[in-house]
Design a protein around this ligand. Structure first.
Ligand SMILES: [Ca+2]
Ligand SMILES: [Ca+2]
Length: 94
């Protein structure tokens, strides 16, 4: 067989027939990068963060969504831990 031939994509390290890895690479060689990936559930699923999925950040992989972008987020409950913050003022004057 003479002439030029396309390389076998199966021999390319990291190649995927269907893009499946959030890595900032176009693993299926179709142009778009990290497209149509199925995001895993976020690590923090408490409070307003319930039901959220991770976001693909390219080279940094999957990251939990930024809680400050969630409607209703309050800095008082910055840990988004499911607990309701209650004011318990107990200061006394001496
Ligand atoms: Ca792709
Ligand atoms: Ca990818």
């Amino acid at each position: 067989m003479a002439g030029w031939a396309e390389p076998d994509p199966l021999q390319i390290v990291g190649y995927e027939a269907v893009e499946a890895t959030c890595d900032g690479l176009d693993n299926d060689c179709d142009g778009p990068i990290d497209e149509e990936l199925i995001a895993p559930a976020a690590d923090n699923s408490n409070g307003l963060c319930a039901g959220r999925s991770k976001e693909c950040s390219g080279g940094l992989g999957w990251l939990d969504p930024d809680p400050t972008q969630i409607i209703g987020y309050e800095a008082v409950e910055a840990t988004c831990d499911g607990w309701t913050t209650t004011a318990t003022a107990s200061s006394t004057r001496s």
